[in-house]
Design a protein around this ligand. Structure first.
Ligand code: KIV
Ligand code: ZN
Length: 524
């Protein structure tokens, strides 16, 4: 265990460490892959908001993962930076090569210990125990801070689990993570498991126990909190609950539950909760997984009161229907819209309230887009600005293709026709294409100018940002090519323009990825 973390827990036995795995387990969610720039921005925010440990990736999985973990390790100021490794020396060495640049590095090594998982490498109990001893010892020889996980712990025989946890502790692991890999456990059972390990395993009092829950039965948050009540002091979680299948424990949910119900769960975290909305929006935009409207804590409707009785109550006394204040999670208290007469100063102040710090140059660019939007839309709401900022972020890092001009003819007579001009790597090219509807026509025009026959459209999603017929639409497009997935996002009051921009954002990302994997293959 690194000094700072050991000190933190010793000073306050009720301090719960937050281990964020958005960039590892979260990114494992099919279609959620993120670019290096997006991962760096997310890691920076997690570090700033007080996440104790950031699991930055799985360094042996790909060059991209290795690069991301190394760069995050170099840049992190406070958080421990952790990489994942399977139970073999090659994985562990590669992981160490990536995390060693951090001020506070951690190696996290794991192996499946349940009967089903033991059968895969075809190891008997003794052989697996020996492997655990050897791999944790190897990791510990490289790094002072080693975390070990018996994958599928909640379906592992208790005697065997105690035996291997003891071996890992003796070999030098200072954090023992107990994963509910398939989201199978329930709160009472998860708590009993942690209690059992704390009581039975020699040396358990010298290490931190972590809980890592998946949400297959919708119990990940409850299971994690139950584990904390039983003595776990590290929660593994992701922003927006992103993760494989139904996802992981949501960071914002456990953190706010511990804050709001401190009376019955007297545990603290180091998280600045006013950054939660910003983190949620950033992860939604980078992963292309929008947050459901009724998502606890960070959903669009989490603080919206529709019914007259609720609205009346909240206006008289917010506590009648609100258990937390919007400001506590980073939603601005005032929601007065901006308009076309609003100046740069008002825009900067509003962006700051929404959690976006912009340089003077960025402000100039955003101001131009804001004015264009305000010209078309009488009132520009917080949601419009968020959509504008997220679309800007999705574009900036990957802009190989720019939309210069688009005119689409649509209506009851088909086919619909799109006239499109793109700037591709600095060169302007135009075409006309038809399609089954305006979006299809526009996408066909993009395909004609930038042929990409191998890429498959996996997702096309449209959301209205606000109400009213002049609302902006946020569009998400996901393309898959040769095992690579790229997600683009854009927002505009014109749905076809937003769709086309989102499509070319995703395509730009694919083009960037192609250059990384095969230099020179950039004829698209
Ligand atoms: O769910 C799981 O078991 C994991 C391990 C790698 C910790 O993510
Ligand atoms: Zn997991």
């Amino acid at each position: 265990m690194t000094d700072n973390i050991a000190r933190e827990i010793a000073r306050d036995p009720n301090r719960v460490l937050i281990f964020d795995t958005t960039l590892r387990d979260g990114e494992q969610s099919p279609g959620a892959s993120m670019t290096l720039e997006e991962k760096l921005a997310i890691a920076e925010l997690l570090d700033e908001m007080g996440v104790d440990i950031i699991e930055a990736g799985f360094p042996i999985a790909s060059e991209g993962d290795f690069e991301a973990v190394s760069e995050i390790a170099r840049r992190a100021r406070n958080a421990v930076i952790c990489g994942l490794a399977r139970a073999n020396f090659r994985d562990i060495d590669r992981c160490w090569e990536a995390v060693r640049h951090a001020r506070r590095p951690r190696i996290h090594t794991f192996i499946g210990t349940s009967p089903l998982h033991r059968a895969i490498p075809n190891l008997d109990k003794d052989q697996m125990a020996e492997l655990i001893h050897d791999t944790v010892t190897h990791a510990r020889n490289l790094c002072d801070d080693v975390q070990w996980s018996p994958m599928d712990a909640t379906r592992t025989e208790h005697d065997y689990l105690c035996r291997v946890v003891e071996i890992a502790i003796k070999a030098g692991a200072s954090t023992i993570n107990i994963p509910d890999t398939v989201g199978y456990t329930a709160p009472r059972e998860n708590a009993a498991l942690i209690r059992m390990l704390l009581e039975r395993v020699p040396g358990a009092d010298r290490v931190v126990f972590a809980t890592h829950c998946h949400n297959d039965l919708g119990m990940a948050t409850a299971n994690a909190l139950a584990a904390v009540e039983a003595g776990a002091r590290q929660i593994e979680c992701t922003i927006n609950g992103l993760g494989e299948r139904a996802g992981n424990t949501a960071l914002e949910e456990v953190v706010m539950a511990l804050k709001v119900r401190h009376d019955i769960m007297p545990y603290t975290t180091g998280i600045d909760t006013t950054r939660l909305i910003q983190a949620s929006r950033m992860v939604a935009s980078a992963s292309g997984f929008p947050v459901q409207f009724n998502k606890a804590v960070v959903g669009k409707n989490a603080f919206a009161h529709e019914s007259g009785i609720h609205q009346d109550g909240v206006l008289k006394n917010a506590q009648t229907f609100e258990i937390m204040r919007p400001e506590d999670v980073g939603l601005s208290a005032s929601s007065l819209p901006l308009g076309k007469h609003s100046g740069r100063h008002a825009l900067r102040t509003k962006l700051r309230e929404l959690g976006y710090e912009v340089s003077d140059n960025q402000l100039m660019d955003v101001f131009v887009r804001f004015k264009a939007l305000a010209d078309r839309k009488k009132e520009v709401y917080d949601e419009d600005l968020v959509a504008l900022m997220e679309a800007e972020a999705s574009t900036a890092a990957n802009e190989r293709i720019r939309l210069k001009h688009l005119r689409v003819v649509c209506g009851t007579e088909s086919p619909q026709t799109a006239d499109l001009t793109l700037e591709i790597d600095g060169r302007e090219e135009s075409t006309r294409a038809t399609g089954d509807g305006p979006v299809d026509a526009a996408f066909n025009a993009v395909k004609a100018l930038v042929p990409h026959p191998q890429a498959r459209l996996e997702l096309f999603q449209v959301h209205a940002v606000t109400e009213g017929t002049d609302a902006q639409a946020t569009v998400t497009v996901r393309l898959a090519e040769d095992g690579h997935i790229a997600t683009g996002q854009s927002a505009d009051t014109d749905t076809v323009v937003a769709s086309t921009r989102a499509y070319i954002n995703a395509l730009s990302k694919l083009m960037v990825r192609r250059t990384k994997t095969a230099p020179g293959a950039l004829s698209a």
